[in-house]
Design a protein around this ligand. Structure first.
Ligand SMILES: Cc1cc2nc3c(=O)[nH]c(=O)nc-3n(C[C@H](O)[C@H](O)[C@H](O)COP(=O)(O)O)c2cc1C
Length: 221
């Protein structure tokens, strides 16, 4: 399916989850995303090697990367955030991220970090986020900022994963924005093609006119 047919199908969302207690919200998250999207969840590192037998067989992290329009990592823990920022890819999830097509504006990555406030406030966290920001620009990686509340360990502070409905809303609006940008680009392409066609027509007409003038001048002499 081509880029200008994106509106004809549901967005394909690959949901990645890392080692945070916020994974208890995964079922609810996928359930709510499924209302408007095709969703893949519940794959793990073993699936990567079990699905590959011989040369020519599909490699799971590459297939997932090709399939997905949106890669949502919710919750994203401090460990995997650091791996992303430093290019490590030692499991299925980090391999998909490492193989992701950041040059394609229709491929969206959305991160929903979740960690204890002490981890969140550690300067390494903002360093990793800044590194990703610089590398891929925020238009390609969207952050759903963690919120402040009583955490699972009973500490109170920033670091809890955003509430599920807000994550779903953010994913939905990023997809709508992507479709709108796609439409605008198609409009621009159509206008550019039409403009080029009329420029060519004017050029051909001018050439015909010029040749006609040359011939009449020569005949007069
Ligand atoms: C009960 C429990 C809860 C945890 N919650 C978090 C969390 O919310 N955020 C985080 O960054 N790490 C958390 N950790 C630590 C990560 O699970 C640990 O860094 C792990 O190595 C992450 O591996 P992964 O990134 O490959 O999933 C938690 C660990 C435990 C035992």
């Amino acid at each position: 399916m081509t880029d200008n047919q994106l509106t004809l199908r549901k967005p394909r969302i690959l949901v990645g989850a890392t080692g945070s207690v916020a994974t208890i919200k995964l079922d609810l998250l996928c359930q709510q995303l499924s209302v408007f999207a095709e969703v893949i969840e519940y794959l793990c590192d073993n699936d990567e090697w079990q699905s590959w037998q011989k040369r020519g067989d599909p490699v799971l992290h590459i297939e997932l990367r090709k399939w997905a329009d949106i890669f949502l990592i919710a919750p994203l823990d401090a460990n995997t955030l650091s791996k992303f920022a430093h290019g490590l890819c030692d499991n299925l999830l980090t391999s998909v991220f490492r193989a992701w097509d950041f040059s394609n504006s229709h491929k969206i990555v959305i991160l929903a970090p979740a960690m204890n406030t002490y981890m969140w406030d550690n300067p390494l966290t903002s360093k990793c986020l800044e590194k990703l920001q610089k590398q891929f620009k925020y238009s390609k990686i969207h952050i759903i900022w963690p919120i402040s509340k009583q955490l699972m360990c009973k500490d109170v502070g920033v670091g809890a994963m955003e509430e599920v409905p807000k994550i779903v809303q953010a994913v939905h609006s990023q997809w709508q924005k992507c479709l709108k940008d796609n439409d605008n680009n198609n409009d621009i392409d159509t206008k550019t093609t039409a403009m080029r066609a009329s420029q060519i027509r004017i050029l051909v007409a001018s050439l015909v006119l010029f040749s006609f003038c040359c011939i009449s001048l020569r005949n007069k002499r």
